[in-house]
Design a protein around this ligand. Sequence first.
Ligand code: PNS
Length: 175
Amino acid sequence: MKRAVYPGSFDPMTYGHLDIIRRAADIFDELTVSVLNNKEKTPLFSVSERVKILEEATKDMPNVRIDSFSGLLINYARENNMHVIVRGLRAITDFEYELQIAQTNRILSCEQVDTMFLTTSLEYAYLSSSSVKEIASFGGDISRCVPEFVARKTYGKYGVSKPDIPPHAAEGLKG
Ligand code: PNS
C-alpha cells in the first residue's frame, strides 16, 4: 500500500491545490491531505473549516482522506505510515524554500521519507491562497481561483456581499 501525505495550510484550498490532489491521488493508493494547525499564524479559516472545505471538494475521490496535524510533519508522517510527502511547485520562486524543507525532512526522517514534487498545471501557476484572500477582501473576482462554495465562504469572511464579478463568472455563484 503506497501512502502519501499532501500537507499545507490550505487557507483556503484553491483550484491549484485541487489539481495536485487529483494527480497525486492517481499515483498513490491512499493520499491524505493534511491541514497544518499552526498556532503562530492567524488563518482566515479555522482548521475545522479548512478540513470541511477539503472534504467537500474531494468527496468524489475515494482514496483521498482529509486530516490535520500539528508539530513536525515528519513525526506525523511516521506515525501514520506515510513514506512520501507531496508538494506542488508553481515556479522557480517556490523551489528554494521547498528544496530546503524537503532536505530537512529527509534528514529528520533518517532518509525514510521522501518528498515528491508535482509541477502545478500552467493554468493554476499564478494562484496562491494569499492572493485569493487579498482579491476577495477587496470584493474582486475569485471565481477562477476556487470552487464556488469556497468563494462564497471567503467573501463571507470579509463581509463582501456583492463581489465585483463579471456576469459570465457570476452564473456559477448564484443560488
Ligand atoms: O501551505 P504551506 O503553508 O506552504 O505548507 C507548509 C508546510 C505545512 C508544508 C510546512 O510549514 C510544514 O511542514 N510545517 C510543519 C512543521 C515542520 O515539520 N517543519 C520542519 C520542516 S523545516
